[in-house]
Design a protein around this ligand. Structure first.
Ligand SMILES: Cc1cc2nc3c(=O)[nH]c(=O)nc-3n(C[C@H](O)[C@H](O)[C@H](O)COP(=O)(O)OP(=O)(O)OC[C@H]3O[C@@H](n4cnc5c(N)ncnc54)[C@H](O)[C@@H]3O)c2cc1C
Length: 420
């Protein structure tokens, strides 16, 4: 292990995730002597599972579009995003040997589809820049006579001139982020806003979802609307899945971010199973299927239209006798079948626990953090970056970009000694 020269600012970065690695690298590149503490035995555990192991590393959009995808405290991020933009993230990874591609919704992924390439690029860059990586858990800040002096870990003390807290949120605690950073912030006098899950699966009432558990639907339209006034709170087209507790999948996770006030029965999901067909065309399609299966029972005539697992449920909800011959199904019955297929309704109950969320909503109060430097307004020398802050965004690569942008600003300012 090398030692700091007398001229060097000593910076401790708490957390070796997306923000931690970027902050440590930036501080080291700006001349600091950097120690990065990571409580699990491995860097970037959460990063490895992002984007289903493919890592949606950023979103190829401009700052204004980016900020419109940030749900909580977008304005706080303005300076950081201008300092280290989505284009900078792309340049960074390309320059570190990770070729990138842009998919639907401007989502950027490594060409290899391997999140591990993103982790390796960051970890290698940290090592090359001389960051010293220590696998210890930060227990507390070391504060003497009201001044920040370093960090106390499970193994002892680490003295420093500046500390950057990059401990992440509270979701997926097995990846190492279980809320330690909030306690460190509170020790420094910060307030932590209410923590809740966002981008999280949704629980439902009734037995439709348990009966359909495991069934994944592609190319359907999902609308979430208020049961009180029918107003749509969310609408999208894409993929979703039924589970034993309710609904999940990309569209459902995105929907959850739009329902901060969810309560049992307050919202319902309306699923259009055939969004490409209007009522008239769908009715014609059903008629042609009925003609094809004219000697069969109704229960045996829906196989071309619906996934096998869904047929018994649709029959049950349609109220049509499964044993009636298809040519005996009345126009009125067909009309209600069409309505059902265009609007399968499920009452929503609430969210799954924060441990199952993609991101944590809430965190270190951004009014107590300087947005130009990421330095604490409560304790000089203390900085924050990433999900520990009270900022969160929709899916699409925005949350990792927030981690990188805030980390670059924190890393530079911690190395330079803060100030505006
Ligand atoms: C399943 C899943 C998929 C996701 N996919 C995407 C995606 O594709 N695109 C996207 O933009 N976002 C995605 N996200 C969100 C994104 O991963 C997070 O927003 C991002 O990782 C936050 O970065 P961070 O560095 O702040 O926290 P983390 O990545 O959680 O890192 C925090 C680190 O701090 C360490 N730590 C915590 N406490 C201590 C302590 N006391 N001492 C030492 N170390 C400590 C932890 O072990 C951890 O390594 C996904 C999240 C999940 C759960």
């Amino acid at each position: 292990m090398t030692h700091p020269s007398e001229m060097q600012t000593r910076v401790i970065v708490v957390g070796g995730g997306a923000a931690g690695m970027m902050a440590a690298l930036t501080a080291a590149q700006n001349g600091a002597y950097v120690t990065m503490l990571e409580r699990t035995g491995r860097l970037g555990r959460k990063l490895r599972i992002t984007g289903k192991g493919r890592c949606n590393v950023t979103n190829d959009c401009d700052t204004n579009e980016f900020l419109s995808n940030v749900m909580t405290n977008p304005r706080f991020l303005y300076t950081a995003l201008n300092r280290f933009s989505t284009a900078d993230t792309k340049d960074f990874f390309e320059a570190h040997g990770v070729s990138l591609k842009t998919e639907r919704g401007k989502r950027v992924f490594p060409v290899s589809d391997h999140a591990t390439d993103i982790v390796a690029a960051l970890a290698d860059a940290c090592r090359d820049a001389g960051v010293s990586i220590v696998y210890e858990r930060a227990k507390a800040l070391l504060i003497e006579d009201g001044a920040l002096r370093g960090v106390v870990t499970t193994a002892g003390e680490h003295r420093a001139d500046a500390v950057i807290v990059c401990t992440g949120g509270k979701s997926y605690p097995l990846t190492g982020s279980d809320g330690d950073g909030y306690r460190l912030a509170e020790q420094a006098g910060h307030t932590v806003t209410a923590l809740s899950p966002s981008l999280v699966p949704i629980t439902t009432d009734g037995d439709l979802c348990p009966s359909l558990q495991g069934l994944s639907l592609k190319n359907v339209r999902l609308t979430i609307r208020s049961t009180a006034n029918g107003k749509a709170a969310f609408e999208d087209f894409g993929e979703m899945m039924f589970t034993h507790f309710g609904l999940t999948g990309p569209m459902v996770l995105s929907a959850s971010a739009h329902l901060p006030d969810i309560a049992p029965g307050k919202y319902e999901a309306v699923i259009d199973l055939k969004p490409a067909l209007d009522e008239k065309t769908l009715d014609a399609r059903i008629l042609s299927d009925f003609d094809k299966y004219k000697n069969k029972d109704f229960a045996n005539a829906l196989g071309d239209l619906l996934p096998q697992k869904m047929i018994p449920e649709i029959i049950r909800l349609s109220g049509i006798d499964p044993h009636v011959k298809v040519n005996a199904v009345t126009r009125e019955q067909r009309r209600s079948l069409v309505a059902l297929l265009k609007g399968l309704r499920v009452k929503l109950r609430g969210f799954r626990p924060i441990e199952e969320a993609i991101v944590t909503r809430g965190g270190v109060n951004v009014r107590e953090v300087n947005p130009k430097t990421m330095e604490s307004k409560c304790l000089p020398g203390l900085y924050f970056a990433g999900e520990v802050l009270d900022v969160d965004a929709y899916t699409g690569g925005f949350n990792l970009q927030i981690a990188f942008s805030t980390a670059v600003v924190a890393g530079e300012n911690a190395a330079w000694g803060g100030g505006d």
